[in-house]
Structures are given as C-alpha cells and as structure tokens.
Write a protein of this length. Structure first.
Lengths: 468, 234
C-alpha cells in the first residue's frame, strides 16, 4: 500500500469520529502545554541567572588573589602568597588561557575643565588587554608603551557633572558634556578636588594641605556599554603607569593616606595584588581554576556562583518538567484508550481489509499513523497554547515580580545581590523546545498506539468478519 | 481440464470447551479453472468452513489444499496476504464495504493494497462500477445505497483486480428475491466472461442452479457432487 493511501485513509478514520478525536487531541494539548510551560519556566529562570551573572562580570575571568584560604576550610587567617611575574608565567602555561594580567584598582576623579566624574580605575597590562574582551566603540584599546593614555568605560561620559552647578549628573539620555577622546583630561587621587571645601572653616589645619596633584591623561578609546559594571564604570590604564601614579601620589601626600579611599598598598616588592586570568572557553573555567588552585594561589570566579545556581535551576526544572510529564503520560493513556476503542469498533473493517489482501504491516502503519497524527495535532496546538500561556505569564507575571522585588531570584536563590532582578522574562520557549515537544508528542502518540496497532495486526481475519 | 483448486483429505476439528466438534471429515474435491462451483448445504453443515479453508482464512487440522500449485495450508500469514492479493477475490454476505469510503474507493481497495497509484485505481474502479450498473453512484457512501447496490459494489470490488478465483459466501443472503436474481446474473456473468473460477457458498437451491457443479455438503461430509451443465465441463 502506498504511504499516501495509508495517510489519507488514517486521516479519514480520524475525521469519522470527530468528537472522540478532538477530545483525545485535547488531552495531548494539555499534556504538551503543561510540559512546555513548565520547562519554559525553568529556562526563563536559567536565562535570568545568566543575565544577572553577566552583569556581575565576565564569566570567563578567573581572579587570582594572593590570599588563600586554608585548604581544609577550617577557618584561621588566610595565607598570603606572593604573586609575581613567575606566577604569571606559570599560570600562562595552563592550557586554554587567553591572557593573564596583573590588576590594580583604585578610585580617582576624572577632570575635564569644569566637569568632573568619580571613576574607578583599573590598571591592566596594556600588552595583553586585547585578550580580555573589551569592546571598543570609538578609538582603540591600550597598547604597549601607552603611559598617560586611558581607555574609558561606556558609562563614564554620563558621570561628568559640574560641581559648581546645583544639578547632579546628567540624565542618561542627554549628551555628555565631555568628549573623552578629544577633550583635555586629568586625573587626581584627591576625591574632594574641585568641590567646595566644607571642612575649611572647621579644622583650619586642612588649609595647609598641598594642592592636589593632577596628572594629565589622554583618552584613546571609549568602550561600548556592556551592562557589566566592571567595564562600564571604570577607566583603564596601563598597570605600570597606574602603579607609578599611585606611588608618586603617596609620596607627595606623605602620611595623609586617610584622605584617599580605596588605595591598595603600592608596595610591589611583595608581588601583585591580584591577577586576572581570561579563559578561552567558558567550559574550561572550572578546570583552569582548579589547576591554578592546585598551584597554591587563591582563586575566585563567577563560575563559583554559577554552579550552585545552575544546579538549583536544574532541580527546579526537573521538578517542573516532572509535573508536566505526568500530564503528558495521562494523555498517552488517553491515546491508547482511543486507539483500543477504535479497534473494537473497526474489528470488522480490519478483518475485511485483511481478507482483501491488506498487508499486516500496512494495518500496523495505519494505526500507528492515526495515533501519531493525534500526537502531532495535540503537540502543535499544545505548543501554540504554551506560547499564549508564556505571553500571559510574561506580561502579567512581570508586574507581580517587579513589585515583589527579586521574585524568582528570591524564591530560588536568596542571593543578596543588590541588583535589579533582571527578570526580563519568566517563561522562555526557545524554538528547539517547541520543536522538540511536537516531536515528543508525536512519539508519545506512536508509542501509545503501538500496542493497539499490534493488536489490530494480530486480529484473525476470520474472527473479524464473523463478528456480526 | 486443469484443476485450479485441489482439496485432499481435509479434516477440520474445532475445540469447543472440552469437546471436539468435527466440522469437516475427509473432504476431497477439485475445481477446474473457469468453473462455477456451488457449495450447498444447510447451516452448520461445514460449507462455510470449507470456503474459509480454501481461502486460507483458517488452517485445516489435517490434509492439503492446493491452489495454483501452492500449498495454501503451509503459507504463513504474510504469504497468505500476498497470495490473496494475487489470486483471490471475495464477496461477503453482509457486503462489508468500508463505511467511510465512497463506492469508488471501496472498489479500488484491493488495488490500493497492491500499491497501485490512485489514478489507475480510480479508472479501473469506474469501469468496474459501470459494468455492475452503478456508474452514477461512484461517489456515494455505502450508507447512501440499498443492499442490492452495496452488494454490486462488493462484486465490483471482488472482480476489480481480475483475480482467478472469487469466493462468495452467501452473496444473496441479505437480499430479496428480485435483487438476488440480478446479483446472481451479474456475478456469474462476469465470471464466465473472464473465465474466472467462482465458488459460491449457499443454502439456497435456486442459487445452486447458476452453478456448473454443485457440491452437496452434509454434516461435514460431501454428500454428492452434481454436474448441472455437463456441456461446459470438458
């Protein structure tokens, strides 16, 4: 029998009992929708996690610090290890690493004429900065030999304000008053530079303070906005130059360190404060981190945070998927039941077909096809319904979540992250899920139809035509 | 004349609970090609069982059935299906048309099972339907036709593949006497025209009158064989 004939015959049979077919299909619709919506919730949660992690920084970066917790975690003060150029070359030798740089961080004031901005500054080895995924919007990255050059984070232009006027920072959409690439720029470690000296009248001693030192810098590049706060809110300098500025500043201020917040020790004889390691592939982060750890250095990365999050998300996904699976199982029973009923009804027909020379395989195919078609229609409508449900969840649910501060995150994670819950979507149905569930529904149909089809095939032709 | 069907020493025993019921005992018969043969007997005589055995719908307890030099009793179900596709047509007492198919589709069914494409099927089915006088009914469903019309469709279906043998089990059992005559004329007419072997099971002696050879069956045995029109048997 030609497959086209089998298909048209199967469809005709299904249309013959419209109500019953529709009811069975409805069962599959509900089962599919349940499973898709449940899984979509899990995927949505996962995506939210990823989104949040991305805001916290680059997932491929491992931080190596000179403080190492005692390996057995029994407490006690962390051990200090020297991070020097030997350490860098040792770490660079690990497979899968794209770049290693020493890092020094601090806070500065960026000054351009009457405008100024509070910024964080990060010193990075200019020779390897290209390996760290800094997306340049204008200009260029730092290069070897750049001394007084700075690379400016995407949000920095919005930070400029005029301390002489009463207005605060510019709105996010207004044009920034300073062009960091062309305007003259200076940096200072004196955070109160340019502000009204409120303490003047009180202490008196402050007036004897030397004028704050300003260092001329030149902006060479502007990064695009990434939503990663470690990129957007920073300016970047060559490690060595920043280190020099810090030393110089410390000398000139002599024991007045308490005016300058956030200044790490400038003593490089004990090695670097921190290294940043860029791993080529996110999958390798765990392995590389472990290898560095085994070398005896202290490490941390966002992957540390990511793993328990993923695990939790997986557990929740599994539970949700399980609930959906139960409803699909019930719909599978529905299909089996329908097909068995259909065999009882059509016993005679099957017998006649056999007597007229219909092959056993064709009979089985016919019944499997009918069951599969029920699964297919159920799956398609179920997926449509899920998209609808997902839409409703995302529009209605978002309002609830935003008012509930943290929503999903609070539910699963209890992370005390001081950031918005990201939660752009509660339920996400990627195309693969839609496709997979339709295929799955068809499969469920065929599996449920298997035993009835077998039964139909085995029917004795004689018994079938005898039954009156 | 060449024998198309040979039955040798057939015995068929049914088990009903603990009791054995002998349906057929030591049946020997042969049917020639192009012969119209009638199995005549009362209900429970075993005539339908004999037909089922010859059509391969049942297996004999003992004995041989040879059709077209093939031992039908030795074929497995798959081969039987192919064998039936090739050589055998069927007319049922209760027509057994598929209710959701039109007359034309019903007639084309045996061809569909053979894997013949639709356009050829439809052409042949239409020809067949017009030869049974139902040209205008080709798109009707069985429920829209009378018993006689349905049986004509059944006959068209049995003959559409041009099988060498057609079995008819009480083909007029559900029809009134006028329609019976029409249907019998039709079925024997087609069989004779194409030199096809027709085996009719009936309890009606009037029907038996259409046959070349009447095999009287009584209580599982062949009582006598009667040749109605010896001129036809060479």
């Amino acid at each position: 029998m030609r497959s086209f004939d089998i298909i048209s015959m199967g469809l005709k049979n299904l249309f013959r009992r419209k109500t019953r077919t529709i009811l069975t299909v409805l069962g599959v619709v509900i089962g599919t929708a349940a499973i898709v919506v449940m899984v979509s919730l899990g995927i949505g949660m996962n995506e939210n996690f990823e989104e949040q992690l991305k805001q916290m920084g680059n997932l491929n970066i491992i931080n190596v610090t000179k403080y190492r917790n005692s390996p057995d975690n029994t407490g006690g003060p962390p051990k200090e290890i020297v991070l020097d150029s030997i350490a860098i070359s040792k770490i660079s030798a690990i497979k899968g690493i794209r770049g290693v740089t020493p890092v020094v961080e601090g806070n500065m004031k960026l000054v351009s004429g009457k405008y100024m901005a509070y910024v964080s500054v990060m010193g990075i080895d200019a020779r390897t900065i290209e390996n760290f995924d800094y997306p340049v919007e204008q200009g260029r990255l730092l290069q070897e030999g750049d001394t007084d050059k700075i690379l400016v984070g995407g949000n920095i232009p919005q930070y400029f304000y005029n301390p002489k006027t009463r207005y605060g920072m510019m709105g996010p959409n207004s044009k920034p008053p300073v062009d960091v690439l062309t305007d003259k720029l200076e940096v200072t470690f004196d955070m109160s530079y340019g502000e009204k000296r409120r303490q003047e009248g009180i202490g008196g001693s402050e007036t004897s303070e030397k004028p704050p030192k300003l260092y001329k810098v030149k902006g060479v590049g502007l990064l695009s906005v990434t939503n990663d706060w470690q990129k957007d809110g920073y300016i970047f300098m060559d490690y060595n130059y920043l280190q020099k500025l810090m030393k110089d500043n410390a000398k000139s201020q002599n024991g007045k360190q308490d005016n300058y917040w956030g200044m790490p020790s400038t003593d490089t004889s004990k090695g670097f404060e921190r290294l940043m390691v860029m791993v080529d592939n996110m999958k390798d982060v765990d392995r590389v981190q472990k290898e560095i750890d085994e070398m005896g250095y202290g490490t941390n990365s966002l992957a540390d945070m990511r793993k328990p999050m993923q695990k939790q998300a997986q557990t929740i996904q599994l539970v949700l998927g399980g609930i959906g699976a139960i409803s699909l199982l019930i719909s599978a029973l529905g299909i089996t039941n329908t097909m068995i009923m259909s065999i009882y009804e059509r016993t005679r027909e099957i017998g006649v077909m056999k007597v007229l020379g219909c092959k056993m395989n064709n009979i089985r195919q016919l019944f499997l096809l009918e069951a599969g078609v029920i699964g297919f229609f159920g799956g398609c409508v179920g997926v449509l319904l899920s998209y609808l449900a997902s839409l409703v969840l995302n529009t209605v649910g978002r309002n609830i979540m935003n008012s509930g501060d943290g929503g999903m995150v609070g539910m699963g994670m209890g992370m005390g992250m001081g950031m918005n819950s990201g939660g752009s979507k509660i339920s996400v149905i990627p195309p693969w899920l839609a496709l997979l569930s339709i295929v799955f529904a068809i499969l469920i149909g065929i599996v449920s139809g298997f035993s009835p089809a077998r039964r139909a095939m085995k029917l004795s032709a004689l018994e079938a035509i005898k039954s009156e | 004349m060449e024998n198309i069907i040979e039955v040798k020493g057939i015995r068929k025993v049914y088990r009903v609970g603990n009791e054995k019921v002998i349906a057929l005992e030591n049946i020997d018969l042969s049917i020639g090609k192009g012969e119209i043969c009638c199995l005549l007997g009362t209900s429970g005589s075993g005539k339908s069982t004999l037909l089922n055995l010859m059509a391969g719908l049942e297996k004999p307890t003992r004995g041989e059935i040879i059709i077209k030099n093939t031992h039908v009793e030795k074929l497995d179900e798959k081969r039987l299906v192919l064998f039936r596709q090739k050589y055998i047509g069927f007319v049922f007492q209760s027509y057994n048309l598929l209710p959701n198919l039109t007359a034309m589709e019903n007639v084309g069914l045996p061809l569909a099972f053979k894997g013949i494409p639709r356009w050829i099927r439809d052409k042949k089915s239409k020809q067949m339907l017009s030869s049974v006088g139902l040209k205008s009914h080709s798109n009707r469903k069985p429920s829209q036709m009378s018993g006689g019309q349905q049986q004509r469709v059944g006959i068209a279906r049995a003959f559409v593949g041009n099988p060498e043998i057609v079995f008819a089990d009480e083909p007029t059992g559900n029809l009134d006497s006028k329609t019976t005559v029409e249907v019998m004329d039709l079925i024997t007419g087609i069989a004779r025209k194409n030199n096809q072997t027709l085996i009719i099971v009936t309890h009606d002696t009037n029907i038996a009158g259409y046959a070349d050879k009447i095999i009287h069956i009584l209580d599982g045995n062949i009582e006598k064989v009667e040749f109605k029109t010896p001129s036809l048997i060479k």
